[in-house]
Design a protein around this ligand. Structure first.
Ligand SMILES: C[S@@+](CC[C@H](N)C(=O)[O-])C[C@H]1O[C@@H](n2cnc3c(N)ncnc32)[C@H](O)[C@@H]1O
Ligand code: SF4
Ligand code: SF4
Length: 377
């Protein structure tokens, strides 16, 4: 058995709303739902080949699919992975507009993480739908979700404000830029990289020195763990994800990434292969692997390569080509990561005074001061 796999499942590509930046075009976001047979086959096959599997329910909008579909999915997971052995877990990634108490109670009972795509006061910049009403109906106990804010040209310099906004309710926040894919290819929603970098660093500085904060800020917190850690936890773009991630569309078609993947990287269909490994031996997977290796070879002299792993192949593909680095996502990572790691190194090199730092930062740094063997540099 292989150790682990993250599977992004798109039970539908249909969405109840339309975002101006969505990497799935309106023509792709059509009705249609994964069949019970495809769902069972996916869960059975992954359980037979992997020690542990994380399912991320995505789309389209996953909550346009009835809750009974997900109850069946969890029942199948319990059947094939076993009920109490923690071999698999789940996350929902939703636009939040259809969230209700019944759904949150199910997630609580089954220990399912909920991620809501939401930009708080700037939500209408990219999105038609507004989850604030649905989220506002939840009690404090029911409001256990994290927020993913997608940062556009208009909000690039508002990242600190978004951190302050979500921190008030103790909501975990991740910030990521619009990439030039699908609807965002030519409509001006992609942020200016210099402004994104500035906004990201401003948010980080506020969070890093916020001793009263009770939330992690992503990706910055993961960058800190990555810099200090060995092994190195990181965000999906910088984990060398190929062979560890898989995306399954409603009809069972497999792709290597959840971001809109072109047909040239299609890996086959789980209804037509005998094993998950067969998907990774496909021509489509070979293509993305070869292009990604070429890009990484060009990254060899980069000072942050060991933390970046050459970045996200789909970001590179949409920015300047699969085998080329140097696009916006490369610049953004290098500059933001360097700022974050310099801030951590300054604390490590100083007198070790961590008072006044964010508790998440404090715990991470104190852990490494206690065990300096694993400090990266
Ligand atoms: C495609 S949506 C699918 C799940 C669900 N409908 C939602 O909005 O969370 C998943 C995430 O991808 C982000 N996303 C969509 N298009 C993007 C793009 N061009 N660049 C960066 N992120 C994008 C969305 O903002 C959202 O957070
Ligand atoms: S980002 Fe999510 S909510 Fe927005 S259009 Fe795309 S699938 Fe729908
Ligand atoms: S920051 Fe850019 S050049 Fe450096 S490893 Fe990442 S993708 Fe390659």
């Amino acid at each position: 058995m292989r150790p682990y796999l993250s599977v992004v499942v798109k039970p539908t590509l249909y969405c109840n709303t339309g975002c101006s930046h969505c990497y799935h075009t309106p023509e792709e976001r059509v009705r249609g739902q994964m069949s019970p047979e495809t769902l069972e086959r996916l869960i059975k096959m992954t359980s037979e080949e992997y020690e542990s599997v994380w399912f991320i329910w995505h789309g389209g909008e996953p909550l346009t699919v009835p809750l009974s579909f997900y109850k069946d999915a969890v029942a199948l997971q319990e059947r094939y992975f076993g009920k109490d052995n923690y071999r698999c877990g789940n996350t929902f990634q939703t636009n939040g507009t259809l969230i209700n108490r019944r759904f949150m109670a199910f997630c609580r009972e089954k220990r399912i993480n909920v991620g809501v795509s939401y930009e708080g006061p700037y939500n209408s910049v990219l999105r038609e739908g507004d989850p604030s009403k649905a989220l506002g109906m939840l009690s404090a106990k029911e409001s256990k979700y994290s927020v993913s804010a997608t940062i556009s040209r208009e909000t690039a310099l508002r990242q600190r404000e978004l951190y302050e906004f979500f921190k008030k309710d103790g909501t975990n926040l991740s910030l990521s830029p619009v990439i030039p894919a699908g609807c965002a290819r030519c409509n001006g929603t992609v942020p200016d990289p210099d402004e994104f970098i500035r906004g990201s660093i401003e948010a980080f500085d506020a969070w890093f020195h916020d001793s009263g904060s009770n939330v992690p800020l992503v990706p910055h917190y993961l960058y800190i763990l990555n810099y200090l850690g060995d092994p190195t936890p990181s965000d999906c773009a910088h984990t060398s994800c190929l062979t560890k991630w898989l995306c399954i569309h409603p009809d069972g078609t497999a792709y290597p990434c959840a971001k809109a993947c072109p047909e040239e990287f299609r890996m086959g269909n789980i209804n037509e292969v005998g094993s998950i490994q067969e998907l990774f031996q496909s021509e489509g997977f070979r293509r993305i692997l070869i292009g990604s290796v070429e890009r990484r070879e060009k990254c060899a002299t980069c000072p942050v390569y060991r933390y970046c792993n050459g970045g996200c192949s789909m970001d590179a593909y949409y920015e300047c080509g699969l085998s080329e680095n140097g696009g916006d996502s490369c610049r953004i990572f290098r500059e933001v990561f360097t700022h974050v790691s310099d801030a951590v190194q300054e604390v490590l090199d100083g007198n070790g005074d961590v008072s006044g730092l964010n508790p998440f930062v404090r715990d991470a740094i104190v852990g490494k001061l206690v065990n300096p063997r694993v400090v990266s540099q």
